[in-house]
Design a binder for this molecule. Structure first.
Ligand code: UDP
Length: 318
């Protein structure tokens, strides 16, 4: 590995966002140490980096002490399950990775004098009573509901990050990530984008939860990573929303997937999960002003690329 390059550590490097972030950092001239315990991440997402002299992978559970020799300039803490069905299945790991894992990653940042960026989430706003959501909104979270393990752990992670900034002077950043999609999502992770695309491509009905009137705003992964990279280079320490404000209902989303895949399938309504947020849309005024960032990839273009990825994954010919 070259020693003149800056070194970044990415926890969750074999995950959806962690792997795209790793690619971006390598393209920006960093050497990258990727960590993952592979509970929800998959080495398939980083296999194209095998043999890259600027990339090292360490299989490690970041809820355990992190020891790394040598200098580290930048730490991105992206390890965490991120899908509602994952947190139902592994709630304790979900709590631990954003609490103990964040503490360990911050400890490493303090020890190395590194900048630290935490992947936080729009889930900090819970089922929001303010719409669209600005960073100043404190949220409406049910701490003991099924999503509480994720939401509260991320809120704790934000609190811990601000405490390390204030008490130890660590250079920290917090990104609140809104719904993001693109290649390398897990087909079976239960989130709405892979769920609907998988169902459409495999000729199954689309599973709309509830009446489908709940809204989400979907950001293509390259736009999100661009915003996160810019934030990592900024001098701002409080949370910043990164997401695409183009909001739609889940029913509209299902219809768009059928149109873009050219598939005709019925919509099958299933029960709405407990505490499912009724609306979600980022206010990105701050990111625009601070970072000169806004999303560039249209919904049509992003979904078309994602469908192509899943077709290839499922080996379904167009
Ligand atoms: N959803 C759905 N069908 C599915 C999966 C999800 O209708 O098969 C809905 C879900 O109820 C929520 C929205 O799609 O309102 C987004 O869900 P997702 O799990 O992708 O992420 P969330 O934004 O809830 O964290």
């Amino acid at each position: 590995m070259s020693t003149t390059k800056k070194t970044a550590v990415v926890t969750g490097a074999a995950g959806f966002l962690g792997s795209h972030l790793t690619d971006r950092l390598l393209a920006e001239g960093f050497r990258v140490v990727g960590m993952d315990n592979l509970i929800t991440g998959n080495v398939r997402n980083i296999e194209h980096l095998a043999g890259n002299p600027d990339f090292d992978f360490i299989k490690h559970d970041v809820t355990k002490f992190i020891y790394l020799p040598g200098k580290v300039d930048l730490i991105f803490h992206f390890a965490s399950p991120a899908s509602p069905i994952d947190y139902l299945q592994i709630p304790i790991q979900t709590l631990k990775v954003s609490s103990l894992g964040t503490h360990n990653a911050l400890g490493l940042a303090k020890e190395k004098g590194a900048t630290f960026l935490i992947a936080s989430t729009s889930e900090c706003y819970g089922d929001p009573l303010e719409h669209p959501q600005k960073e100043t909104y404190w949220g409406n979270v049910n701490p003991i509901g099924p999503r509480g393990c994720y939401d509260e752990a991320k809120r704790f992670a934000e609190a811990m990050t601000m405490a390390y900034h204030r008490a130890h002077g660590v250079d920290t950043k917090i990104v609140r990530i809104f719904n993001t999609y693109g290649p390398r999502m897990r087909l079976e992770d239960g989130r709405v984008v892979p769920a609907f695309i998988g169902q459409a491509l495999e000729g199954r009905p689309l599973s709309v939860f509830g009446d489908g009137s709940q809204t989400r705003s979907f950001c293509y992964v390259s736009d999100l990573i661009d915003g996160i990279f810019k934030l990592s280079q900024s001098n701002y320490h409080e949370p910043v929303n990164i997401g695409n404000p183009a909001e739609m209902t889940i029913l509209q989303f299902a219809e768009a997937i059928l149109r873009i895949t050219g598939v005709q399938q019925p919509i099958e309504h299933k029960p709405l999960p407990q505490d499912d947020p009724k609306v979600r849309q980022p206010d990105i005024t701050l990111a625009k002003k601070l970072l000169g960032w806004e999303p560039k990839v249209s919904f049509e273009e992003g979904i078309t690329k994602t469908v192509a990825y899943f077709r290839d994954f499922l080996r379904i010919k167009p």
